[in-house]
Design a binder for this molecule. Structure first.
Ligand SMILES: Cc1ncc(C[n+]2csc(CCOP(=O)(O)OP(=O)(O)O)c2C)c(N)n1
Length: 322
C-alpha cells in the first residue's frame, strides 16, 4: 500500500537530511575539521529511508561502515552524530568512535560497523532476541554487495531461515565493493538469488525508488512479524562519491557511469512524483523544507564546534578491554 502523502513528505525530508548531513560532513572533512574516515551514502538514501519508514521505533537495525543514512533514517540525533564526527565529548561515543561507530540503542540503532559483514551476525542475534521476546519485533541487517560474499552473511541467513527469525537482510548493491566491481566477485547477477539456497524469499528492488523499497520492506516485515521468517531484499543502487572521502588512487569507476546514476537521483525522483504527479508539494514548500534541513545541519555543526574534545584522561573510560 502506498504511504500517505504526509508519510511520503517525511520520507523526502529524511532523505534530504541524509544528503545535506553528508555534503556538510564531506566539506568539513576536506577542510580538516573532521578526523578519521567518512564514507558517504549519497545516492543510496532511498534504501535506508524506504526500509526504516516501514519499521517501528523498537525494531532494531544494524549498519555498516557507510552508516550515516541508517542512523538518520532510524531517528538519530543530528547534533550528537555531528559531534561524534567532530570527535567531541558530546558525540554518541563521547568523540572516541567517529563516523563508523555511531549507535543509539534507544531508537533500535545497534551501530555502524567498520568490519565488513561484521554487523550481520550481531543483528541476527537481535532477531533471535525479538523472537524469544514474543512481542512482534523485527531486526534488519543492512550490508553491501561485498559483504554478501563473507561467511558471516551465509552463516547468519542460514540459521535465521532455519529458525524463522523475524529478520530482513537488506543488501545495498551499489555495484562496487570499495575498488572492485561486483561483477568481478559475484558469480550471479543478483545477490537476491542466493536466498533460494536458504529457502527464503529473495526480492530485487529498484533501490533508487523509495516507495518501491518501502513496499518491499513492508511485505517482508509483515511476513517476519507473522512468524514466517526472514526475507533477503536486494536494492540496486549506486554511491555517487568515492569509497571514502580520502583521495582514492584506485578509483576505477568511469565518470559516465557515475553521471548516468546521478540521473536516477532518488531524491529528485520523489520530488518530481510529489510535485508533478501527486500535486502534494509546491516548489516553494520544497525550498522551505530544504532550508529548514540546512538550518538543522548548521545547528548540528555549531553544537559540535562548541563542544569540548574528550580529555586525555578519559581515553580508557568506556572500553571493554585495555
Ligand atoms: C573484514 C573486512 N575486510 C575488508 C575491509 C576493508 N573494506 C572496507 S569497506 C570494503 C568494501 C565493502 O563493500 P560493500 O560491502 O559492497 O559495501 P560498500 O562499501 O559498497 O557500501 C572493504 C573491503 C574491512 N573493513 N573489513
Amino acid at each position: 500500500m502506498q504511504p500517505s502523502a504526509n508519510n511520503q513528505l517525511e520520507m523526502l525530508r529524511t532523505m534530504q537530511t541524509i544528503r545535506r548531513f553528508e555534503e556538510r560532513a564531506s566539506d568539513d572533512f576536506h577542510a580538516g575539521d573532521i578526523y578519521g574516515v567518512v564514507h558517504c551514502y549519497i545516492g543510496e538514501e532511498a534504501v535506508a529511508v524506504g526500509v526504516c519508514s516501514a519499521l517501528k521505533r523498537d525494531d532494531r537495525i544494524i549498519s555498516t561502515h557507510r552508516g550515516h543514512g541508517h542512523c538518520i533514517a532510524k531517528g538519530a540525533d543530528l547534533n550528537r552524530m555531528m559531534a561524534e564526527l567532530y570527535g567531541r565529548e558530546t558525540g554518541y561515543c563521547k568523540g572516541k568512535g567517529g563516523s563508523m561507530h555511531i549507535a543509539d540503542f534507544k531508537i533500535g540503532m545497534l551501530g555502524a560497523n567498520g568490519i565488513v559483514a561484521g554487523g550481520i551476525p550481531i543483528v541476527t542475534g537481535a532477531g533471535l532476541a525479538a523472537q524469544l521476546d514474543g512481542k512482534g519485533g523485527v531486526a534488519v541487517s543492512f550490508f553491501g554487495d561485498g559483504a554478501s560474499n563473507a561467511g558471516g552473511f551465509h552463516e547468519s541467513i542460514n540459521i535465521a531461515a532455519k529458525w524463522k527469525l523475524p529478520m530482513l537482510y537488506v543488501c545495498e548493491n551499489n555495484l562496487h565493493s570499495a575498488n572492485t566491481p561486483a561483477s568481478k566477485t559475484l558469480a550471479l547477477e543478483d545477490v537476491a538469488a542466493r536466498a533460494a539456497g536458504y529457502g527464503i524469499p529473495g526480492v530485487v528492488v529498484d533501490g533508487n525508488d523509495v516507495l518501491a523499497v518501502h513496499d518491499a520492506a513492508a511485505t517482508a516485515i509483515a511476513r517476519a512479524r507473522a512468524g514466517e521468517g526472514p526475507t533477503l531484499i536486494e536494492c540496486k543502487t549506486y554511491r555517487w562519491r568515492g569509497h571514502t572521502e580520502r583521495p582514492n588512487a584506485y578509483e576505477h569507476r568511469q565518470p559516465d557511469e557515475i553521471e548516468a546514476w546521478k540521473e536516477k537521483d532518488p531524491i529528485a525522483r520523489l520530488v518530481d512524483n510529489l510535485v508533478n504527479q501527486q500535486g502534494q508539494l509546491s516548489d516553494e514548500e520544497w525550498k522551505q523544507m530544504d532550508d529548514d534541513i540546512l538550518r538543522a545541519i548548521q545547528d548540528a555543526v555549531d553544537f559540535a564546534k562548541a563542544s569540548p574534545f574528550p580529555t586525555p584522561e578519559s581515553a580508557l573510560e568506556d572500553v571493554f578491554a585495555s
